[in-house]
Design a binder for this molecule. Structure first.
Ligand SMILES: Nc1ncnc2c1ncn2[C@@H]1O[C@H](COP(=O)(O)OP(=O)(O)OP(=O)(O)O)[C@@H](O)[C@H]1O
Ligand SMILES: [Mg+2]
Length: 410
């Protein structure tokens, strides 16, 4: 049994005069623990001070966790007025899960046994919404007898969200640097391979021209198909390494997607349905139509492969005002975001950072080369936009390709 004696506990300056559960007034404060009452004027000032604090809920609990006092901060953060909450148990601020795991009683026990309890966690407001709280509980002793607890709660939801946003942009930046480095390496290799493959294809065409033997011609065609597949792969790599010059012209995204629908439907098997939906009056953008079509085909093919026993693919195009996620302090801009969503197997979180890397594939040899998403990534970046992925195992995948809207088209 942990030591609950005075030496184990951090003495507190304040003390609750008695431990009955009569409702106290808003801003009630305990006496100073000097044995007597605080001088009236001092007590009133302290009450006013605590009640005037609006960023912290500061209140007293009795030894069993019933609320004894309340301040304006408590009302602002948790939504309860003093008379609604005083006399009730403080576990009402906890989530059902925390209540089930006995968290309120545990926090009082730790405060009592260790002299202080400090933690962060989710708490529930009067209207049922939750907020992220920083909580400190101090036990209050009077002549070695526990008389209650002082509790200070702060709403740190904003700080948490800010931290999450910061971490997300740091991850996006790291991922972006890594892909840029891989892109440079890939670019050099792809250039050389492209030249070599062009020589091979030209030579095969010449040999084909000079030979009349049907058997040799058959082998030549096989070699030509393999070389052309290799050339296609290097073109994908050149796009990823941003080594391919884009041919951008003003296009309506809705028209490009609409015209590509037949090809995209042909790429899917019968058990997969495909629909497209756009915002009305989307502005035109400057884009390489061929590359946009290739990106759509890559994304739809991926969704198809993720739904071997059928499912649904939705293509949408919407306007979004945001900043480039991979550029620190980028100014906000306007983008058209084309999203391809499926309800397939999804991508486990641990693999999500890798899927845009060239040659990353989970498909068996011959079924995938791992270049589809690198093309999507390279094309989006080279067009002045970005690509992003949202996926959860078993819950489907959404890949967005966001392309900038030119100022004169907004
Ligand atoms: N919609 C999706 N659902 C589930 N997994 C996906 C999806 N899109 C991509 N992936 C995963 O990301 C990997 C990389 O995709 P990517 O398109 O780059 O290559 P690939 O499809 O394997 O090959 P390629 O596109 O070159 O034929 C895939 O192998 C797959 O594991
Ligand atoms: Mg693919």
């Amino acid at each position: 049994m942990p030591d609950t004696s005075k030496s184990a506990a951090r003495p507190h300056r304040s003390a609750v005069p008695d431990s009955d559960r009569d409702p106290a007034h808003v801003g009630d404060v305990p006496d100073s623990g000097t044995g007597g009452q605080l001088p009236d004027i001092e007590e009133r000032q302290l009450k006013r001070l605590i009640d005037g604090v609006i960023d912290f809920a500061i209140y007293m609990l009795d030894t069993e966790g019933y609320v004894r006092s309340w301040n304006t901060g408590g009302e602002r953060i948790k939504g309860y007025a003093g008379d609604e909450v005083i006399g009730t148990h403080f576990s009402r601020f906890y989530t059902p899960d925390d209540i089930a795991s006995d968290a309120p009683a545990r926090s009082l026990r730790i405060a009592r046994e260790e002299g202080r309890f400090a933690a962060e966690g989710w708490r529930v407001r009067k209207d049922g919404t939750v907020f992220h709280a920083s909580v400190v509980i101090d036990p209050i002793w009077q002549e070695d007898v526990l008389v209650g607890y002082a509790k200070v709660t702060r709403d740190i939801t904003d700080r948490l969200e800010h931290q999450e946003r910061l971490e997300q942009s740091r991850d996006a930046l790291l991922q972006s640097h890594k892909l840029e480095a891989v892109g440079k390496l890939t670019l050099g290799l792809a250039h050389d391979f492209n030249n070599l493959l062009n020589i091979i294809i030209n030579s095969l065409e010449l040999v084909d021209h000079y030979t009349m033997q049907p058997k040799a011609k058959k082998h030549l065609q096989g070699a030509m198909r393999a070389a052309e597949r290799g050339a296609l792969l290097t073109r994908q790599l050149l796009t990823f390494g941003t080594g391919r010059v884009l041919v951008s012209e003003r296009h309506s995204v809705a028209t490009v997607i609409h015209d590509a629908m037949d090809t995209l439907r042909r790429a899917c098997h019968d058990s997969v349905t495909l629909h497209a939906r756009f915002d009305d009056d989307l502005p035109g953008i400057d884009v390489d139509r061929e590359q946009l079509e290739a990106a759509l085909l890559n994304l739809v093919s991926n969704s198809r492969d993720a739904m071997p026993s059928g499912g649904h693919i939705a293509i949408t195009a919407t306007l979004r005002d945001c900043a480039l996620p991979h550029v620190a302090d980028a100014p906000p801009g306007r983008f058209i975001c084309i999203q391809v969503s499926d309800n397939g197997e999804g991508i486990p979180v641990e693999y999500q950072a890798r899927v845009f890397e060239p040659f990353y594939t989970t498909k068996e040899v011959g079924k995938g080369s791992g270049l589809g998403l690198s093309q999507v990534f390279g094309f989006a970046r080279q067009s002045g936009g970005f690509a992003e992925l949202k996926s959860a195992s078993g819950e489907g995948t959404t890949v967005s390709v966001c392309l900038p809207v030119p100022r004169d088209s907004e």
